[in-house]
Design a protein. Structure first.
Length: 125
């Protein structure tokens, strides 16, 4: 999954569309830029187990910021939240993904949140 998180960062910077599926290409992956990490996914996972409102705020902020950055760059969205999905459901999807991928504990928390939302709510295009 670490490759997928780096692919998300690269997609934002280069405009490449990223699928929530693991890449099947035999080509060597293009190195993604290093993403500064203020909150690691492991720290966020722990926070989400203790402080619901802080977790919800982080997840929604990461989701909104990423979606806004893609829209501003005129790039396709990589997750599409269905109408009627609650904010709590989005946070739960992100937390499930983080707990299912403990190997991402040291990765940028926002990118892991985005990967979780992309896995839970893929766009239909």
């Amino acid at each position: 999954m670490r490759l997928f998180n780096r692919a998300i960062a690269a997609a934002l910077l280069t405009g490449t569309q990223v699928s929530a599926q693991t890449p099947q290409s035999t080509q060597a992956p293009v190195p993604a830029p290093q993403v500064p990490t203020r909150v690691a996914a492991g720290t966020l996972t722990n926070l989400c187990g203790q402080e619901r409102s802080s977790c919800l705020t982080y997840v929604l902020g990461a989701a909104d910021a990423f979606a806004a950055a893609l829209a501003a760059a005129k790039r396709p969205q990589i997750f599409c939240i269905p109408k009627g999905t609650t904010n709590d459901q989005m946070a739960q999807a992100a937390v499930r993904y983080m707990r299912a991928n403990p190997n991402e504990a040291n990765s940028n928390g926002a990118l892991v949140v985005v990967a979780g939302l992309a896995a839970a709510y893929p766009c239909g295009y």
